[in-house]
Design a protein around this ligand. Structure first.
Ligand SMILES: O=c1ccn([C@@H]2O[C@H](COP(=O)(O)O)[C@@H](O)[C@H]2O)c(=O)[nH]1
Length: 262
């Protein structure tokens, strides 16, 4: 049996809004904490709730926009020069090379200190699409036999989803029953198929108003009712003031810094 886990949105905003920060999540399982995405406001959001680098075991990155990976520079430098720890990173294989060359190298390359690659700052695990990996505390791993450790872990795998055409982006599935869209355009067929496969909870991005690279709320309202009832919305920033519960059509709005358990 997979472990239940706690999840809190560090922000429910898009890349521009300041009041509700970025669409990143904090996950806690067996007393250890992990990030799904680490945007440029992630460390501020963690600081707001009394947490910091030392409280985070590892980070999964869905795509290379600053509101999803812009906090990695800070994690790298803090890990190297303040905490003396390389943060665990799970990165989708298609981002190999890109994350360092296109995002981080300009800030982090340090020839004098022999820091020339992503691995000089992070404990990196490259993950293929569909490959199962575990958010498992190291101590739990070491203390129990492998078979028990795998049963008590929080299992994860990623699937490619469409956000900005021509740029890689993915969503995350936890314990084969929880879907986390990250940023994506609407894909009703995918959600219907995941529901058929046993996914029971959908954390889904949205925006109020049309947006070419996101899932407009109006589009999500067209999804089957049995899916909508399982949908928890994020990335919306600030909901319209006059939005009522019946407008939500069974969907729920996630709130920043609120824990839920699944
Ligand atoms: O390729 C792109 C990237 C971004 N946008 C617009 O920018 C805002 C903020 O982006 P986030 O993905 O929320 O960080 C988004 O709402 C889009 O309007 C875009 O159009 N194309």
């Amino acid at each position: 049996m997979n472990q239940p886990f706690h999840i809190m949105m560090l922000g429910v905003g898009n890349g521009f809004i300041k009041s509700t920060y970025h669409n990143n999540a904090l996950i806690e399982t067996q007393g250890k904490r992990y990030l799904v995405d680490c945007g440029s406001l992630a460390w501020q959001s963690l600081h707001d709730i009394g947490l910091g680098f030392d409280d985070i075991e590892g980070i999964f990155i869905t795509h290379l926009h600053y509101d999803h990976c812009g906090g990695l520079d800070e994690a790298a430098l803090y890990g190297a020069y303040a905490a003396n720890r390389r943060m665990k990173l799970w990165i989708p294989e298609p981002l190999k090379g890109l994350l360092w060359e296109h995002c981080l190298r300009g800030t982090l390359e340090n020839v004098v200190d022999h820091k020339l690659a992503l691995e000089d700052y992070f404990d990196v695990q490259w993950v293929e699409e569909g490959e199962s990996f575990s958010f498992v505390p190291q101590s739990v791993n070491a203390a129990v036999p492998a078979i028990e450790a795998s049963c008590s872990s929080l299992s994860a795998h990623w699937i490619q989803t469409l956000h900005v055409p021509s740029k890689f982006s993915c969503s995350l599935v936890l314990n084969n029953r929880f879907f986390y869209s990250a940023d994506m355009q609407p894909d009703k067929e995918l959600l219907v198929e995941l529901s058929r496969q046993g996914v029971e909870v959908f954390y889904h991005e949205t925006c109020f108003g049309h947006n070419a690279v996101h899932s407009a709320f109006e589009e999500l309202c067209q999804y089957p009712e049995e899916i909508r009832r399982c949908m928890y919305l994020m990335h919306y920033g600030e909901a319209p003031r006059d939005l009522t519960e019946s407008d939500l059509q069974g969907m729920k709005l996630l709130r920043q810094h609120e824990w839920l358990t699944w």
